[in-house]
Design a protein around this ligand. Structure first.
Ligand SMILES: NC(=O)c1ccc[n+]([C@@H]2O[C@H](COP(=O)([O-])OP(=O)(O)OC[C@H]3O[C@@H](n4cnc5c(N)ncnc54)[C@H](OP(=O)(O)O)[C@@H]3O)[C@@H](O)[C@H]2O)c1
Length: 343
């Protein structure tokens, strides 16, 4: 084969190769069997947030949705408010949160959460505690993906900090309030990247600064694996309570999440990946289902996909890694963490 032919084939294959981690993340791969009795829903990848919450009355319930001004978070807030919940919607600035809250029908309250600033996280939790006696749903949705060069917050790789550590502090500061609800639910919005893109050995505890061999997709995958592991450990700690914790992958949805990716990669995803992508209303369905459905009152510690529990295996069920992540996250955020509940 001549060099130019080889090169041409490589160029033709490049877009498909580039799209693989995202598109393959849509499929379920080799599923482990679900334990008997886990509720299976009639919903699937085509279901929308409105469809999965049809007939569910959330009047009197409260929710916090982080990242309410864009994409999946906006649709989640809109639909929870539509069903009667009082939704605290967080944005990185008050004007972003206020604009988003004002643009949906129902009872919403804007709140500022900048996840790179743990003081902002603590202040938001304290604001919410002062406004309500309990919190029924904490939806850790805000996130960033694939920063092209290494960025750090307090010496920690930024995606890990924003996607995991900031929410870890938020959860800890609201846990007592969530446990005050009759059946509080914590929902961590993870991704198929937790399986497909995370480092082979799982969380690189010796490289949380990201300085060794930084790769945008791997760092994103690691932060999303952290969302799943944090959920596992939280569910274990909450096992004797009425509070549940679950993680989910929303699917592949065209939102602003691709803003840090090279434009050619976004193009590939939006075009080649089209048959596999969901709309935003479909992308918010699993979040709204896990947050509200009465059948999930006792379902905790699961990773959901397309509105159903999902067991892709790998590190997503590694209890030892989950416990270590919790311990290290607590150490890294020691100055901002409260132990408001004995779990
Ligand atoms: N879209 C997908 O295909 C997909 C697939 C798998 C998983 N997910 C997950 O779904 C979640 C929502 O993503 P999306 O697709 O809806 O993306 P999006 O449209 O970009 O929304 C992300 C939200 O997070 C907020 N955010 C970003 N950095 C933040 C920070 N430092 N502090 C506080 N908030 C911050 C953004 O605020 P600004 O607008 O002010 O930046 C925005 O409100 C993310 O956790 C993502 O990892 C998405």
């Amino acid at each position: 084969m001549t060099f130019s032919l080889q090169r041409r084939r490589l160029l033709l294959a490049a877009p498909a190769i580039a799209a693989t981690p995202y598109i393959s993340a849509c499929g379920s791969g080799d599923e482990l069997p679900l334990p008997a009795g886990v509720p299976i829903s009639p919903f699937d990848s085509a279901s929308t947030a409105e469809q999965v919450t049809a007939g569910i009355d959330l009047t009197g319930r409260t929710a916090l949705v982080t990242g309410c001004n864009s994409g999946i978070g906006y649709e989640t807030m809109r639909v929870l408010a539509l069903r009667g919940a009082h939704v605290f919607g967080s944005g990185r600035t008050l004007s972003k949160a206020t604009d988003a809250c004002n643009s949906v029908n129902g009872h919403t309250t804007p709140v500022v959460i900048e996840l790179t600033d743990l003081n902002s996280v603590v202040a938001a939790a304290s604001f919410i505690r002062a406004q309500t006696s309990s919190l029924d749903m904490l939806i850790c949705n805000a996130g960033i993906m694939e920063l092209q060069t290494l960025e750090q917050v307090n010496g920690i790789e930024k995606q890990f900090f924003v996607n995991h550590l900031g929410h870890f502090v938020l959860i800890n500061h609201l846990l007592t309030h969530i446990s005050n609800a009759p059946q509080g639910r914590i929902i961590n919005v993870s991704s198929g990247s937790a399986i497909r893109q995370a480092p082979e050995q799982g969380i690189e505890f010796d490289n949380l600064s990201g300085e060794r061999d930084y790769e945008p997709g791997k760092a994103y995958g690691q932060s999303k694996l952290a969302n799943v592991l944090c959920t596992l450990e939280l569910a274990r700690r909450l096992r004797t309570t009425n509070t549940t914790a679950n993680a989910l992958r929303p699917g592949v949805i065209p939102t602003n999440l691709g803003r840090h990716m090279p434009t050619w990669k976004v193009w590939v995803l939006e075009n080649l990946g089209k048959p596999f992508t969901k709309t935003i209303p479909q992308g918010a369905a699993t979040t709204c289902y896990v947050a509200t459905h009465p059948s999930l009152v006792k379902t905790s510690g699961y990773f959901f996909n397309h509105c159903n529990p999902h067991r892709p295996g790998g590190h997503t069920e590694d209890m030892q890694m989950a416990a270590k992540l919790w311990k290290i996250s607590a150490q890294l955020t020691a100055g901002h963490r409260v132990s408001t509940i004995k779990i």
